[in-house]
Design a binder for this molecule. Sequence first.
Ligand SMILES: [Zn+2]
Ligand SMILES: [Zn+2]
Length: 402
Amino acid sequence: MEKMGKLAACAGYYDIKIQQYPIPEPLEDGIVIKVEAAAVCGGDKGFISDKTEHTPGNIGHEFAGRIISMGSRAKESIHCYGGNLEIGARIVVYPWVTCGKCDSCMTYGDGVCGVCDNGFFYGGVFRRNETTMNHNPCMYPYFKGGFGEYVHIYANTYVWRIPDDMPSKIAVLLDPTAVAVRAVEQTMTSMGGLNEGFSTTSTVLIVGTGAIGILTGMIFRYMGCEKLIMTDLVDKKLEMARQITGADIVLNVAGMTSQQRIERVMELTHGGANIVINCANHPASSIEALQMVRKLGTYVEIGNAMADDNAPTFEINISNIMFSRNAHITSVIANSPKTFDRAFRLLKKHAEIPFERIITHEFYSLGDLLPHLKMMGDADYIKSVLVFREEEDGNEKKDSSD
Ligand SMILES: [Zn+2]
Ligand SMILES: [Zn+2]
């Protein structure tokens, strides 16, 4: 009988179905991994809370696993950082596969996500995926997202070999860490020589203490910013953020008017933060946070960088709020394998930088995915990770390795 594996498919609004499919043979330029860990991301919550009709899709894009089978041309077709591809090796995966041929790929380089017109996103449930490798698990090779026991890795995917001393559950933090790294790197770009990019004398303000906010704070702290301030609306979240990042000031801004928040930050920063990173996912927070930047400072948007036709709109005085500061205003939506590689190098310092502490919840079966997606707003929640424990089928690795 064919060996089967389970996966989680997002079938509609808060509707996750656990389905079984045969463990696929890899395409000749692909590989199959047995998933060891997969992290839950705000993006997954976006997919399950989407009310538009779509075909079911295997979700999960932050995942790592062990190679169990390889196509004959996989070594040439898959880009592997940090070692060779071989059966038994553990890898973590860059979630985008780009086409390498469209105008964007030709201009910015293969692998640059967020701009390629024909990209495939592991664990993505949207129209573009349907026209590329199709996220629908009923089509071969079925396993196309991290929330499953297996994933088929396609040609032209970028992967990293996980060092023996790095647990898979740390490796799966690669994607959010890369977002944080890109945000930090954007502040190091000085436009025209006047703007204040990041330096050891910077006061950094991070709005929102979710996983990305905390990771960004950790990296700024590691790089030596002079003062780190973090704001949120929940004391418990702020306390966790302070403990993990070593923030100098954490500020609960609940119950304050927008004007009061801005004034409080102005006081604490003596006229605005050199660097403001907005990680809160409401456009009102962006408008407010823009007013907390010092003149010639740098503002990076993460929380509201994704295009959203249904987002609320506001009337603003654009000169007062944006341009009169002469600030460098940018956002993080595109990323590249090279940034991921720099993030992976940081993750390798997990003994020194407390990445593990952002994992507040761990679960061990696909059936617990939906409850963990629903927990995302909880006060004690930062990040949850599905960890597949070695169980009865522990000898399966041997069966398929030769
Ligand atoms: Zn993600
Ligand atoms: Zn492309």
